[in-house]
Ligand binder design. Structure first.
Ligand SMILES: [Zn+2]
Length: 458
């Protein structure tokens, strides 16, 4: 018997290696290589002569045909403003681009299926040219029907059932055939990890299967101008074939994130061939699904504890939108030789730098204290404009003195303790004023953290 040829694929980045190794030389992750059989495909060199002239001619598309077919690049609105915003668009028209293949990634249980079910229902109501396909690779149509009913009861709106079709297959080739013959107006694949092709011997969910399935679906989507959503599960350590593996195949990679126990969900774009990649959609979990948050700043400040030691308000940018959030610090005398620095939603290295800056330039003895920092509402802070807010929260907790009511702190803190300029300052200031903050501290009001602490007498 001939031994099958095998290859080692990294489950994290998708790189292939001829031999097993402990660390992936491509992405540096450990223990991510998995052996997969490199099965000979049936569409090899032998079949190449079989192309007919008509088939090849079909590949040529005249420019004049393109315009007519794509309907001038019309986008389909999902009727969910926060979702459309993330999908992007020009000239105020946002939404789904015909033929676009969009991957929706996120941890299991975060609400990916729920969100797409809501999108599907909105599209069913619009009565597009063909039926909408929901491919149930993980749930039965009955389970999805239950979810739909819960949403419909809440919305209390009528809907026609004939425009939605459930497809119960996990065979990607079968699905491609169905799509070709039925010409749906939209396809949702839940999930891409469940889809397999018999051309490969790898298990469902393995890098090779997921990649091949996505590739075959993307090809048919492009040819027939059918938009597709692929749901992709990503675990916290990214061990399952996720967005990285499929990034180059799809047009857009959307990521739904949030603390699973919290009520906040953020929808971001990691890649978008048809729009900007810095937009974010804000949702909150309600009884039946995800409800869009039209006024994120108010949402984040809803439970803000003002005038409590250790709490500070700051403003971060999410794409082109300013967001007001509360950051909290807890500083306590340490019992350890190496005091603890713990951040929830805040990068550890940033906490260490801020503690060092406050110690050196502001004479705050943080070296013997444990520091805990968090952003309220389960929000993850990724931009430096939050530094000043964090620094003020730290000192406020250390001194056990609250910051002034109605104060907000915007700025990056440099290694010399200086307050630095942030991008989109005017938008941030406008948002802060809109929500009633009358004491705004930033680079133009104070040059350094020390100067600001002196004035606030903390
Ligand atoms: Zn790798």
């Amino acid at each position: 018997m001939v031994k099958a040829k095998t290859i080692y694929n990294c489950q994290s980045c998708g790189a292939s290696h001829p031999k097993w190794q402990g660390q992936c030389s491509q992405c540096g992750e450990w223990n991510t290589l998995v052996e997969e059989v490199l099965a000979p495909t049936t569409r090899g060199v032998a079949n190449r002569k079989a192309f007919s002239e008509a088939q090849l001619k079909d590949r040529l598309v005249s420019w004049s045909q393109v315009k007519a077919k794509q309907g001038d690049g019309e986008r389909i609105s999902t009727q969910i403003e926060e979702f459309d915003r993330v999908l992007g668009g020009v000239g105020g028209k946002t939404g789904i681009v015909p033929g676009a293949v969009m991957l929706l990634g996120g941890e299991p249980g975060i609400g990916k299926s729920t969100l797409l079910t809501q999108v599907v229902l909105n599209l069913v109501r619009q009565e597009l040219s063909g039926p909408i396909f929901y491919v149930c690779g993980e749930e039965s149509p009955q389970q999805i029907d239950l979810r739909i009913n819960r949403i419909l009861i809440k919305e209390n709106k009528k809907i026609s059932k004939k425009n939605l079709t459930f497809i119960t297959t996990v065979d990607v080739d079968e699905l491609v055939e169905i799509v070709k013959t039925q010409q749906p107006s939209l396809v949702v694949v839940d999930s891409i990890q469940a889809m397999t092709t018999s051309d490969l011997t790898g298990a469902p969910g393995s890098v090779s299967q997921v990649r091949e399935a996505a590739d075959r679906l993307a090809k048919v989507a492009k040819r027939l101008h059918i938009p597709m959503f692929l749901i992709g599960h990503v675990t916290k350590d990214g061990a399952i074939a996720g967005p990285k593996t499929l990034e180059h195949i799809v047009d857009a990679v959307l990521e739904l994130s949030g603390e699973r126990t919290g009520e906040l969900r953020l929808l971001r774009t990691l890649k978008n061939r048809f729009g900007a990649t810095d937009e974010v959609g804000v949702f909150r979990v309600d009884e039946v699904g995800l409800a869009q948050v039209n006024n994120p700043s108010e949402f984040f400040l809803e439970h803000a504890e003002t005038a409590v030691p250790g709490s500070a308000t700051t403003c971060v940018m999410e794409g082109t939108r300013p967001l007001l959030i509360e950051v909290q610090a807890l500083v306590v005398k340490s019992q350890l030789a190496m005091p603890r620095r713990v951040g929830r939603g805040i990068d550890l290295s940033r906490i260490q730098v801020l503690a060092a800056v406050l110690q050196k330039h502001c004479k705050q003895p943080l070296g013997s204290f444990d520091i805990f920092l968090s952003a309220a509402g389960g929000y993850k802070v990724t931009e430096p404009g939050v530094d000043l807010g964090l620094a003020m929260a730290l000192v406020s907790s250390l001194k056990n003195k609250p910051l002034p009511q109605g104060s907000i702190f915007i700025g990056e803190v440099g290694l010399l303790g200086e307050i630095r300029q942030v991008s989109y300052l005017d938008r941030r200031l406008k948002e802060a004023k809109r929500l009633g903050f009358n004491q705004i501290y930033f680079k133009q009001t104070h040059r350094s953290v020390r100067e600001l602490l002196g004035e606030l007498k903390i």
